[in-house]
Design a protein around this ligand. Structure first.
Ligand code: A2P
Length: 283
């Protein structure tokens, strides 16, 4: 398998160009799945306080022979802890749960604009970075006006914005904004999520044709497309074979027209986003 390239964040941290999503992986089975992912070659592991599996991620890290310094662990602050003091405590609690001294990346999970406290939460992340609890700070599910506000009120832009992104939700405006501001876009649900949605996307003719042409799977075409858009995908799989398959996307290239054809699948709007960040409340 080809080596995983890196992506450099605005603050200089270099991340692997693909990471591993862990939502829903808990307990002994979760440890097994994450341990297997690390064995397959994943080095960036994405978790969240609200996944209730930071402990599972920590157990997999301790089980793995890969040194902590070679891993990149990312977690997220829940909406109920946006208030400054609560946010600092939650970051500390996240670290205790994972059994880690620091996170490589920590994100505000959702903006929850109704609560109007995400700037407060951002100040807590900025300070936690200064205290050495977090190497890089970022956000998730942020739209341009919220990012503008963070910059205006704190002078600090996030290094990363993790958003839902797959061929049926290709997010051209947010990608353009992030790129113009030196923010790396990460993709959650890069394969379209689980269940029938994923199936429907994978059965799209454009993806099936490209898969046949390059002797890859539809999932690999999606991940390669995201990579060529400059996006860092975080695919999730419990299955060692599919975990390995999802890493094996660095030995071929889609043409610009093919990238465009996948991007245009968005126009079909067969699948809408999970939650509009302007209205979605997740605490
Ligand atoms: P499984 O865990 O059984 O592999 P997303 O990353 O977009 O959230 O999608 C995750 C879903 O896609 C999971 O249900 C996962 O199932 C499935 N999946 C992951 N990798 C592949 C793949 N290479 N081919 C087909 N399905 C996949």
């Amino acid at each position: 398998m080809s080596e995983i390239p890196t992506i450099t964040l605005r603050d200089g941290l270099q991340l692997p160009a693909i990471g591993f999503g862990t939502a829903g992986m808990r307990g002994a089975q979760g440890v097994q799945a994450i341990d297997s992912a690390i064995n397959q070659g994943y080095r960036l592991i994405d978790t969240a306080y609200n996944y209730e599996n930071e402990g599972t991620v920590g157990a997999a890290i301790r089980r793995s022979p890969v040194p902590r310094a070679d891993l990149f662990i990312s977690s997220k602050l829940p909406g109920r802890y946006h208030e400054y003091g609560k946010a600092v405590t939650a970051i500390q609690e996240s670290l205790y749960r994972a059994g880690l001294d620091y996170f490589d990346l920590y994100l505000i999970h959702w903006p929850n604009p109704e609560r109007n406290q995400y700037v407060d939460a951002w100040r807590a992340l900025i300070d936690a970075q200064k205290f050495g609890l977090i190497r890089s700070i970022g956000v998730s599910n942020f739209v341009p006006e919220y990012l503008d506000r963070l910059e205006k009120e704190t002078g600090v832009l996030p290094a990363v914005n993790q958003i839902e992104l797959h061929p049926h939700h290709s997010q051209p405006e947010q990608r353009d904004y992030d790129r113009a501001h030196g923010i790396v876009t990460e993709a959650w649900s890069p394969l379209g999520g689980k269940g029938p949605k994923t199936q429907r996307i994978q059965e799209t003719l454009v993806l099936r044709d490209l898969a046949e042409k390059y002797h890859k799977s539809a999932a690999q075409i999606m991940l390669r497309w995201e990579h060529q858009l400059g996006v860092l995908p975080l695919p999730l799989s419990h299955n060692p074979g599919r975990q390995a398959q999802n890493l094996d996307i660095f030995d071929f290239s889609l043409t610009p027209d093919e990238v465009q054809a996948v991007t245009e699948l968005d126009g079909e709007r067969q699948v809408t986003g999970y939650g509009d960040p302007r209205t979605h409340e997740e605490l």
